[in-house]
Design a protein around this ligand. Structure first.
Ligand code: DGJ
Length: 740
């Protein structure tokens, strides 16, 4: 619900438990008044308008304490800004008093009107036309601002999802001047907060160690993080959680959070200003950013997603998860309600694809209960290793002389769906595509073309390149009954020379989104996984196009615990693809038991990547039982509410509880990250159970481990029956209300 009080020109955006208030100041600037928990449930006080001060509520009207909702460079801005534009020609010059200092690098945005109602979609929103889970219409607010002198407009958009206390914000620029306007910095949104000791949680990392949680206090100055790799990035991710220092835990405390719904270069800045106030903003990365808006041209940015929770960090994550599940993830009617158990042959065969071996793996996979069989890299063109073939999306007759058909037919006949790996943005020098079009890659004339993993990045700034890739993939889908693409992306953009000039940074993203959207529109049964050397392209922009993400190339369960904890901070674990791989891990070379490998992989969407054709019948039987158990608990894992009861860093064991809506079933997942033998095992107080119901606890074999009432599990807690201080200990337990 959005309220407006005309006398004080104040807006209140009301969520289920939060209120976001802004007003138009006397000068026509948009002032942020506050974003906080609702002091009373579900509504504003009666006669809310009488509670609104008619003048600014700051102790001083100095610009330094003015909390500008979307500050622009120039005017009285002193600190970080959301927008920087320059006008090549002065609107007017008084030769008696003014020098012709052009371009005019100064914008003064003032209120020019507003609308409450439907606000449409942010920029780069999916165009595939597939439904999302929720059908509820959402209201929003548009505030139109105009420069004092130039017909240059900035519209601030707010779209409210009250049931999850989420506000998406974005902006649209419109150049109605007679000359182009240069945009040098463009944030999707910014937010000014009062002076406190702020503590921020975000993730950092790299290849094989994505999503490492970091938490630190913000000090005076600017903390900026982002990606300039043309993708979301492995080294960090565009979201944060913010609380007053010491004011939050996993389950309690006020937490404000933000995330960008965009898969290209981005930056988020948190600036503690001279007087202690905090200014947050997020949007396009400023490095090499320059957008020229022609007369009459508009640009609408992607969204920055905001929310606040009083349920601590887990509460913040739950709101983002629920919002993404309801409003972001595509839900084609043709798809099963839960993500299938996947088999991927990458760590078994690598580039060495042989039809007979893949058939054998498929048969074993079907036997143990796998539902989707995916062939990874190596099936196309001259791709026998990483040096050749990228760009040629045709089945290699050398290794699959009968094509893909017999393999697909076998997989389908075994009752599984069929998936295929692709890396559409790339080309190897040794490929037919590159031989035909050496000018189709990002490069600068006269400069050597760099390679990473022996590959170059196609120039998606050329419409003909995007069209060519779309048609190749579309033909592949028309000629073969492919149900799933694992869409990979394994190099950064370095030398960004493109037909699109500097616009390549976002034109590349638009190209990728455009191909995905069009493929999904033409083939609604298709599902997609986003992979980028692991978790390099996980974000809410991509989530609108895909079912799942490959969170990391690191499949060592001990490492995965931390990666998955970080992933779960923002993203629903339903979307987190996790494989059980070799006993001796290929990335870290450490040995881990099957129990831990399964218990860790079952935390998200379960996948298998082991040589099933080479393991003993006893072990195969264990796979079968564990996969059957996963299918039983899958609705709770994939659609339940996640509570991180303990993080690995707390006492050595990571404990997650998934809670089904209604409280009938829960799943408890305990994974020892490091041995904590001498520490008392935690008594785990569970959440959301039905107090007077009796719960039966069972393990993957169906064996009953005990019974306890909801009340006792929530107040006295659960103590693990096994030795949870031990190295490699893990348990996944189903809790179900006992029949009367
Ligand atoms: C990187 C991915 O992260 C891996 O899972 C695998 O698909 C390889 N690429 C294939 O080249």
């Amino acid at each position: 619900m959005i309220h407006y009080h005309a006398d004080s020109r104040t807006f209140a955006l009301l969520g289920k438990a939060s209120v976001y208030q802004i007003r138009i100041s006397e000068k026509g600037e948009v002032e942020h008044l506050g974003y906080c928990s609702l002091p009373q449930a579900n509504d504003l006080p009666r006669n809310w308008d009488r509670h609104i001060p008619t003048r600014t509520i700051r102790p001083t009207s100095s610009h330094q304490s003015f909390q500008c909702e979307y500050p622009a460079f120039g005017d009285t801005s002193l600190n970080d800004v959301a927008l920087k534009v320059s006008f090549p020609k002065a609107a007017r010059i008084d030769p008696a008093t003014e020098a012709p200092h052009e371009p005019v690098r100064d914008a003064r945005l003032r209120y020019a009107g507003h609308e409450i109602g439907s606000v449409g979609d942010p920029g780069f929103a999916p165009k595939h036309g597939l439904p999302v889970r929720s059908k509820s219409p959402r209201t929003g607010l548009k505030i139109r601002l105009k420069d004092e002198l130039y017909p240059f407009y900035v519209t601030l958009f707010y779209r409210l999802t009250p049931e999850h206390d989420i506000i998406e914000r974005w902006v649209e620029l419109e150049n109605a001047c007679e000359h182009p306007v240069e945009v040098e910095k463009l944030a999707f949104a910014s937010l000014s907060l009062d002076a406190f000791h702020w503590e921020i949680t975000h993730v950092s990392g790299g290849w094989c160690r994505e999503f490492q949680i970091e938490r630190h206090t913000l000090h005076t100055g600017r903390f900026v993080w982002g990606s300039q790799a043309i993708i979301t990035g492995l080294s960090t991710n565009p979201f944060f959680l913010l609380n007053q220092s010491g004011g939050a835990t996993e389950s309690v405390g006020e937490v404000l959070f933000g995330a960008l719904a965009y898969s290209g270069n981005w930056e988020i800045s948190a600036e503690v200003q001279e007087r202690g106030g905090l200014r947050l903003s997020g949007g396009y990365h400023s490095l090499d950013f320059r957008m020229s808006l022609a007369p009459g041209e508009k640009h609408r940015t992607p969204a920055m997603v905001w929310g606040r929770s009083s349920g601590g960090w887990s509460g913040a994550s739950q709101q983002l998860h629920a919002w993404a599940q309801d409003y972001v993830l595509p839900r084609p009617a043709t798809h099963a309600p839960y993500l299938p158990v996947l088999y991927n042959s990458w760590e078994v065969a690598y580039f060495n694809i042989k039809e007979e071996e893949q058939m054998a793996l498929a048969r074993k996979a079907a036997e143990v209960g796998v539902e989707m069989f995916c062939i990874d890299d190596g099936w196309f063109g001259g791709r026998r290793d990483s040096k050749a073939g990228l760009g040629d999306w045709v089945v290699s007759k050398d290794i699959l002389p009968r094509g893909l058909q017999p393999l697909i037919a076998e997989v389908h006949q075994l009752g599984m769906s069929f998936g295929l790996w692709v890396e559409p943005e790339m080309v190897n020098q040794d490929s037919d595509l590159y031989r035909a079009h050496p000018d189709w890659v990002l490069h600068f004339p006269g400069r050597a073309r760099s390679e990473y993993r022996n590959q170059k990045l196609l120039d998606f700034g050329r419409p003909e390149v995007v069209a060519h890739i779309l048609e190749q993939l579309d033909r592949l889908l028309q000629e073969n009954k492919i149900d799933f693409f694992k869409w990979d992306m394994n190099r950064y953009a370095t030398e960004p020379g493109s037909a699109a000039g500097r616009d390549i940074w976002y034109r590349h993203v638009a190209g990728v989104y455009g191909i995905m959207d069009e493929l999904r529109r033409r083939h609604p049964h298709l599902s997609i996984e986003s992979c980028s050397s692991g978790g390099g392209r996980v974000d809410f922009g991509m989530m609108g196009r895909v079912e799942q993400f490959w969170a990391s190339d690191n499949t060592d369960a001990k490492h995965r615990i931390l990666i998955q904890e970080g992933y779960s901070m923002a993203y629903p674990v339903r979307t987190m693809e996790c494989w059980v791989t070799h006993e001796r891990n290929h990335q870290t070379l450490s040995f881990l038991p099957l129990s831990l490998r399964f218990d860790c992989a079952m935390r998200g969407a379960l996948g298998i990547g082991t040589p099933l054709n080479k393991i003993t019948p006893e072990e195969l039987e264990e796979y079968r039982r564990r996969i059957a158990f996963y299918k039983k608990i899958r609705p709770v894992i994939q659609d339940g509410i996640l509570h991180r009861l303990e993080r690995a860093e707390d006492r050595g064991t990571s404990v997650w509880q998934y809670m089904e809506a209604g409280g009938q079933r829960a799943v408890l997942s305990l994974l020892a990250h490091h041995a904590a033998m001498l520490k008392t095992p935690p008594r785990l107080r569970l959440h959301g159970l039905i107090a007077d119901a009796c719960y039966r606890l069972t393990d993957f074999t169906g064996q009953e481990l005990g019974r306890a009432s909801g009340w006792s599990l929530m107040t006295l807690g659960y103590s693990s029956l096994s030795n949870n201080g031990a190295e490699n200990y893990s348990e996944t337990i189903l809790l179900e209300v006992c029949p009367e």
